[in-house]
Design a protein around this ligand. Structure first.
Ligand SMILES: Cc1cc2nc3c(=O)[nH]c(=O)nc-3n(C[C@H](O)[C@H](O)[C@H](O)COP(=O)(O)O)c2cc1C
Length: 224
């Protein structure tokens, strides 16, 4: 039986980490697409669908617990998290609990490590204020932050922050961005745009235009 979020998997049930491990050398380009708890998570289906015509691309999606709140089937532009697995090139969608599907025993694969080994590129779209803080502070208490913490810095991470403009303008955000720029070469930040935000405020905080995000991902994947 296939797992809840595993797309197109046939045959006997296998834990997600083992499935990812087996796919590492499948000769495809591997995009790990992650979303955290911002309203801009609703752009994820559009971003994924825009890779429809890419042959030889495998996409695995990681969503934080907060991100799932925005993709619960509550409106037409907000399909369920599980339905993301039906989009073209998506091989699986992971939640935090996928790390712990079976009690770990010696020689078992570990999902966040296998995802890092598998991924040629990590794109975090959107990156919440909370995730920015956790990543720059080295915290790793869920699947996505463990992937980031265990990341091979020779590979690229694209991150598109999206948050209220007061959060973006806060001195702590500037400090965190400076740390990434100075000490974490692999991080490429796609700055938020100025517009009216979902909360009604106007300012810099809306996620970078998703077409631009797709263009950057395509460029980075081509050289990955
Ligand atoms: C309706 C709603 C919208 C939110 N939008 C954002 C947002 O756009 N950006 C952001 O950084 N946080 C936003 N938050 C707060 C985050 O969801 C919250 O900080 C959460 O802990 C983030 O968790 P994560 O980083 O693990 O995904 C929002 C919260 C709610 C209730």
């Amino acid at each position: 039986m296939a797992t809840r979020h595993e797309a197109g998997v046939q045959g006997p049930y296998r834990v997600p980490a083992a499935v990812v491990s087996d796919a590492i050398n499948d000769s495809k380009k591997h995009l790990l697409l992650a979303a955290s708890g911002s309203v801009a998570t609703i752009k994820l289906p559009l971003i994924i669908s825009s890779f429809e015509n890419h042959t030889n691309l495998s996409i695995r999606v990681v969503v934080t617990k907060a991100a799932t709140q925005f993709l619960a089937g509550q409106s037409l532009e907000q399909p369920t998290v599980s339905s993301l697995a039906l989009l073209p090139n998506v091989d699986a969608v992971y939640l935090d609990e996928d790390e712990w599907i079976e009690p770990w025993t010696r020689h078992s694969k570990i999902l966040h490590i296998e995802l890092r080994r598998w991924a040629h590129l990590l794109a975090i779209v959107p990156m919440s204020a909370n995730l920015l803080a956790k990543a720059t502070g080295g915290l790793c208490d869920d699947l996505l932050t463990n992937v980031i913490r265990a990341w091979d810095v020779k590979r690229a991470i694209i991150a598109a922050p999206a948050m209220n403009q007061m959060m973006w303008e806060s001195p702590i955000t500037a400090k965190q961005l400076a740390l990434l720029a100075e000490e974490w070469d692999c991080f490429e930040i796609l700055s938020p745009q100025v517009k009216q935000l979902a909360c009604g405020d106007v300012g810099q905080g809306a996620m970078c235009d998703w077409h631009e995000i797709v263009a950057v991902i395509e460029k980075r994947l081509a050289s990955a």
